[in-house]
Design a protein around this ligand. Structure first.
Ligand code: ADP
Length: 618
């Protein structure tokens, strides 16, 4: 067995790997960027080495520095986690060339599966069913258009080098193809340095089904059943589960065997995932599931597989990398119950899912489910890395049981002042259509209005806030509570400010449950700043209503659609900024005039900087 392990990653996955390594008695070495020096994964490792500044390209992507850290600390092996260098064949080769053990996929397999078109061709050759489409040897737009027409609309244009949901365009009509192709090629060139595309039939009622596979260096391959990752937003996974709802034994056997075949065809060793797309318009059927791509690493959502199989997949990786055979044979593996994972993000669903950065002043995660997290109270969520705060993983006897546990856990998340998607997750997990198993990749889009909490507080929020304030008034009516009515019949009325807006609330019984701490109310995954009405406050809100358009995150200005002096209408788009793969449109808060315009197209802005000021409102 490996005796010492360097983890070339950060955050929750670094911690996750350290946990298993410690249990196995392996010495752990963390490498970290400067701003990560005090993070939990650095403290928890036996040793730690700084490898550069915050930007990933200067630290976590610096192959030379990571190799040097391994040499200096005498590490015997390197685990790349997921993301960063985990699917970088060159790095894998460099690790092996340095005489170290690479706890990842063989470089040849990474290469074979790295580009979507080559991977699909290989799978066709291996007899694995692939999504119908055109693999694009000839990239002439006229030819591509002809192929798309032949496939039949809707089609999906995909960058061959794409990943992470980027570089994809769905095209509904023949006349939209040329423009979508050009836009996809532009994005592919700028994001992946490769503008080649392939075209696929857009699968109706698509469900994302993936199979966990493991190979050992003796040539054995097993699968650890499927996961369903259909709950996605903008092609990014939000909730994952195992097994897949509605999967019968015959279909499971077909898709899992196809995955094993795919892994064997590239002589796979270690942990890998074969992703399939299923046409679920008539339920899951063996003849309607097609290979999409292979991820040659451990996946973010591996814990749901661990929960239903009772196995530790990081332990499997470490044993296999040490040269041991697979810990279990296929017939020793079985599915126990149901597991679900929700990704808790630092983002604000009520505000276009904009990332929310800053210090996690308050962070309390439920103890009723498994939590894989990279941060603790007081840590910072920055724009340098993925804004995931934690993964919440439940395990139950049935799907409903797992969903119930996870929904409750999400509702009990308390984070402040960073905003999270906890309430959105709780609502999704409790949605009747989700509970009935009616999931596909458009689920969130279809139900977004029911799933995203409103910007303004609901009556229940006001009730909890008002009742939290009520007891405080006894004997102190005149001083403490401006706005509190003395009239006996109205002694349950109180004016509260929630998010700086005043509301007159009549407290009713029974009061809804919620938890208040230091002027913040936590209810059903949402967090609200509240307090008594401030004396002299004119009401009507502050913040945005002063007309200042502030950069909500660091990023680059990609469009400015107004000029100084322009009249604008409330809600009119003014500026678009892009950060962390997300575009955010900033709108006029009220009717008025652009009094000041600081943002220029193409410029970089820091969080909190003034981009424009609107005058003449309210
Ligand atoms: P990436 O590598 O960027 O993650 P994938 O090829 O894995 O891209 O696709 C990401 C998601 O896009 C899938 O999970 C699925 O939701 C959707 N998708 C991909 N191909 C198709 C298709 N042919 N039809 C419908 N949806 C698709």
């Amino acid at each position: 067995m490996i005796e010492s392990l360097l983890i070339a990653n950060r955050g929750e996955i670094a911690r996750r790997i350290i946990r298993t390594a410690k249990r196995l008695g392996i010495r752990t070495i963390a490498v970290h960027s400067d701003i990560d020096a005090t993070m939990p994964f650095v403290r928890e490792a036996d040793e730690a080495m700084p490898i550069g500044p915050a930007a990933a390209r200067d630290s976590y992507l610096r192959q030379d520095r990571i190799l040097e850290a391994a040499r200096k600390t005498g590490a015997e092996a390197i685990h790349p986690g997921y993301g960063f260098l985990s699917e970088n064949a060159e790095f894998a080769e460099a690790v092996i060339a340095a005489g170290l053990i690479w706890v990842g996929a063989p470089p040849a397999a990474i290469r074979a599966m790295g580009l979507k078109d080559a991977a699909k061709q290989r799978m066709i050759d291996a007899g694995v069913p692939v999504t119908p489409g055109y693999l694009g040897e000839d990239q002439d737009p006229v030819r591509l258009q002809r192929e798309a027409d032949a496939i039949g609309y809707p089609v999906l244009i995909k960058a061959v080098a794409g990943g992470g949901g980027k570089g994809m365009r769905r095209v509904e009509r023949v006349e939209d193809f040329a423009a979508a192709l050009a836009s996809c090629q532009r994005e592919a060139a700028s994001s992946f340095g490769d503008d080649r595309v392939l075209i696929e039939k857009y699968i109706p009622s698509p469900r994302h089904i993936e199979v966990q596979v493991f190979g050992d260096s003796q040539g054995n391959v097993v699968h650890l059943f499927e996961r369903d990752c259909s709950l996605q937003r903008r092609h990014q996974k939000v909730i994952e589960e195992a097994p897949a709802p509605g999967m019968d034994a015959e279909t499971r056997e077909a898709v899992c065997q196809a995955a094993v075949k795919a892994a064997r065809s590239v002589n796979y060793v270690g942990a890998g995932t074969i992703e399939f797309i299923a046409d679920a318009s008539e339920g899951l059927r063996a003849d309607r599931i097609w290979f999409m791509e292979m991820n040659t690493r451990l996946q973010v959502e591996h814990p749901v597989t661990e929960a239903i199989t009772g196995q530790d997949l990081v332990e499997w990786q470490l044993r296999i990398a040490s040269g041991e055979p697979l810990p279990l044979k296929q017939d020793q593996l079985s599915i126990d119950g149901w597991a679900m994972e929700a990704r808790l993000y630092a983002e604000n669903p009520s505000n276009g899912f904009l990332p929310s950065m800053g210090r996690l002043g308050h962070l309390q995660l439920p103890e009723t489910v498994r939590i894989d997290s990279g941060v603790e109270r007081g840590d910072e969520v920055t724009s340098h890395y993925d804004p995931m705060i934690a993964k919440l993983i439940s395990h139950g006897k049935t799907r409903r049981d797992a969903a119930q546990k996870l929904g409750k856990a999400a509702a009990n998340v308390e984070v402040w002042p960073v905003r999270t998607n906890a309430a959105f997750l709780a609502r999704t997990l409790r949605h009747p259509d989700f509970l009935s198993g009616a999931v596909d990749t458009a689920f969130i889009e279809r139900h977004v209005n029911e799933l995203v909490p409103a910007l303004d507080p609901a009556e229940t929020v006001l009730q909890v806030a008002a009742s939290a304030l009520l007891p405080k008034q006894s004997g102190n009516v005149w001083t403490a509570l401006t706005g509190f009515r003395l009239n006996a019949a109205n002694d349950r009325r109180v004016t509260v400010e929630v998010n700086e807006k005043p509301y007159l609330v009549e407290v009713t019984d029974p009061r809804p449950a919620g938890r208040c701490e230091k002027g913040v109310l936590f209810l059903e995954g949402e967090a609200w700043a509240f307090g008594p009405r401030r004396a002299g406050h004119a009401g009507g809100g502050t913040g945005a209503s002063d007309g200042a358009i502030i950069a909500p995150m660091p990023g680059s200005v990609i469009a400015v659609s107004v000029a100084e002096g322009d009249s604008v209408k409330r809600g009119q788009p003014l500026i678009v900024i892009e950060a962390m793969k997300m575009e955010q449109t900033l709108n006029a808060p009220f009717d008025g005039v652009v009094a000041e315009l600081k943002a220029a197209k193409g410029s970089q802005v820091v969080e909190g900087s003034l981009l424009a000021r609107i005058e003449g409102g309210e």
